[in-house]
Design a protein around this ligand. Sequence first.
Ligand SMILES: Cc1cc2nc3c(=O)[nH]c(=O)nc-3n(C[C@H](O)[C@H](O)[C@H](O)COP(=O)(O)OP(=O)(O)OC[C@H]3O[C@@H](n4cnc5c(N)ncnc54)[C@H](O)[C@@H]3O)c2cc1C
Length: 474
Amino acid sequence: MKSGQSPIILWFRRDLRLSDHPALAAAVRSRRPIVPVFILDDQVQSLGAAPKWRLGLGLKAFAQSLEQTGSRLILRQGDALDVLCDLIEETGAGAVFWSRAYDPDAINRDKRIKAILAGQGTEVRSFAGHLLFEPWTIATKAGQPFRVFTPMWRSVHGRDVPSPELAPARLTAPQTWPATDQLVDWRLDQNMRRGACVVQPFVRPGEAAALDQLDGFLERIDKYREQRDRLDDVGTSDLSEYLALGEIGPRAIWHRVQNAGWTGASGSETYLRQLVWREFAYHLMYHWPDLLTNNWKSEWDAFPWNTDPDVPEVWAWRRARTGVPVVDAGLRQMYVTGRMHNRARMIVASYLTKHLMTHWKIGADWFADCLTDWDPAANAMGWQWVAGSGPDAAPYFRIFNPMTQRERFDPNSEYLHRWVAEGCTDPSATALAYFDAAPRSWGLSREDLYPDPVVNLREGRARALHHYKTRKDQ
Ligand SMILES: Cc1cc2nc3c(=O)[nH]c(=O)nc-3n(C[C@H](O)[C@H](O)[C@H](O)COP(=O)(O)OP(=O)(O)OC[C@H]3O[C@@H](n4cnc5c(N)ncnc54)[C@H](O)[C@@H]3O)c2cc1C
């Protein structure tokens, strides 16, 4: 029997936090008992190795913060609708709340669940939280979705962003807790093979760590505009992993950074602009869900990409053995830390799609397996932007020259030294760690010589330009 005081099931997904959480705040305001749940459904199961492993760490940290509020995180596995129906029956819950997701699979799943549960008399409410501006709330003057970043930035940057809610100190528990799975039994780390123990020291999961990371960044935000592209410096915020799992909310970041700007911090405006790139990616994915799988500009379908993921040069790229040091450095940084500097992402993506003329989807899939900050929208947009097939993309003739990129953004080769060991008399521990992170099946050894380039950079560039130009002239 459902009453006004029946529990609310709070279905957590990419929102593993207590503050800046509109769905949780609404549940707390209702004064009803709350049953927090995370469901291991097919969509979670299909995550790549590194994001899935990182999710496991995030869930552990989040369960601990819930315990400090007198609550628990209930873990269940299976089809999300079946799990929610079971929990409604077991707990007598009268409502299910969640934060909205915007990728096509999640939208379809959530719509179906909402319709069925509502039909059975359960109150179902979804809330904002993952974004600053939900995709349907912003449009061009003609009422169309934005296809270009700068006009979208101009349209949103003076808008009010709701203030983030404070974390609740206590959550009302249900009279009896439903049974929960054990996180270790989910084996979210099983595909990380050797990588996990290498990546672990570079990860600080959880909301408290995210807020601490933001505090640390605000102390050096003045450097952001000048340093954000430098490969050799800690110029960026490193918040992407937290944003991807929702361990921090974008509203909280927006307000803290905006306040820093009002009190004189330079770099604040540049940083907010980057946050809006994330919004742009979600805007595109929502309005054009094909962004995740197909060339956004269909004329690129005729481009002669290599679509074979198993040719030797693509394997050399995956193994970070292309013979181009800055490309290999970026890929190794990802393998060892789970993240890669944005500048390096652009360099390695340009090299794969242009010098190796390989379809961006192959690179995007590899990132989806290796990045702990993997985000469906930002990843697809980033790859299509670099390849030239995406909205507001880099023009076809913009082919990053890895050598000049390295000279500009790593002038003293510090980044190279950090990530490439071969040929170095005094290799760094991080560079050596790559050999521990790589799967044994790759057969790599610290004693290996550095490989010759898999393509001559000049020839690779000329080949790509020739094909781009031919396509353009057709
Ligand atoms: C090929 C390619 C793939 C990418 N894949 C991902 C991905 O899977 N997940 C991901 O979060 N980002 C991705 N990015 C975007 C960007 O590289 C990262 O967001 C950034 O490196 C994260 O580091 P940071 O938090 O220190 O960034 P900061 O410079 O501190 O930026 C702050 C925040 O703004 C957002 N942001 C910054 N730049 C971008 C951008 N270009 N696109 C979208 N959002 C941005 C991120 O949320 C980031 O945390 C990709 C970029 C490229 C070129």
